[in-house]
Write a protein that binds this ligand. Sequence first.
Ligand code: COA
Length: 307
Amino acid sequence: MSPVRRGIKSDAAAIAQRVADQLSRDAKIEPLVSDEFSRNEFEWALATSASPVWVEDSNGHIRGHLYGATFDDPLHGRQTWSGPDGYSYESEHALDNLCEWAYHEWREQDSTAHLVWALAGNGTQAWVERGYSIVSVRGALALGEVFDFTWPPGHGVRRGTPADLETALAFDALIDLAQGVPLDSLTDQQREANEADLVEILDDPDCHYYLLEVDKRPAAQCVTFPLPPLRGNFDATIYVGSLAVDPAFRRRGLATKLMHTVMNDAISDDFRYAEVRWHINNDEATSLWSAMGFRPTYVQLRRTLLD
Ligand SMILES: CC(C)(COP(=O)(O)OP(=O)(O)OC[C@H]1O[C@@H](n2cnc3c(N)ncnc32)[C@H](O)[C@@H]1OP(=O)(O)O)[C@@H](O)C(=O)NCCC(=O)NCCS
């Protein structure tokens, strides 16, 4: 009989220990991963979570755990997500057992796919062998010296406002396209969700919407905000997202210069790290972020549950 069972309150300490050990191994392999971990908070989160955690229990010794949160995503429907702390396994046999039980439950909740964050490079193989493919990458950079550069004449960066919604929507469509989502494939509901997100970003005092204009014409944008605590991240990390350059202005170094502006602001606001995410099939983004010195920390892998 499979030794997998639902986790109970008294398993929390053993699961927390496994997560702390795994995080510390990840941080030794990739110094841009933080092993900062509060056991108390983690145990409390496990105890109050609505979703079950599965454990592989061999005569009282926990050999692995698997946890996933299932919810609706406006773009992809109902899916299940596991963070870097959502699983551990002593052997691949334990992982197979855990997946078998968890998939059964997730399918019963009408989840269509499982997405999991794994350490870039080392951590992905077991998942790839189980039918997962890499979807996106989390990349980080330690901020150091201020970047010394000047904008050519006619170039100016300003902070966008809710009045720039149309511009932001047009840039957003460029990002969707680069990520393999043609605009006409979006439903009205998805389009409305995107627009609502943008309105919120433009209105949020913690978000900084950068708009680069060349001779008063919008040429590029990006958005930054302080990254909330996230497993594997250091404190004082600025998140940089929604970077896009108008096709007429590409390959002139504008994205690089805009990022230098953003990172100089972040340095003067005492941020120590920057984080970005990109889609694995976005070749321009992959080249840009590595040219700027960002290194992959975690990658997100996805597997359908519809089989
Ligand atoms: C990715 C993007 C922002 C780059 O903007 P850009 O202003 O053209 O970038 P830069 O001129 O600063 O390029 C810097 C480096 O990035 C890499 N790069 C940028 N575009 C590239 C391309 N099409 N092919 C290969 N490498 C590319 C190169 O290493 C380049 O250096 P180089 O020109 O000296 O070779 C732009 O192509 C874009 O808006 N794409 C669509 C939206 C998107 O994918 N955003 C990223 C979301 S994570």
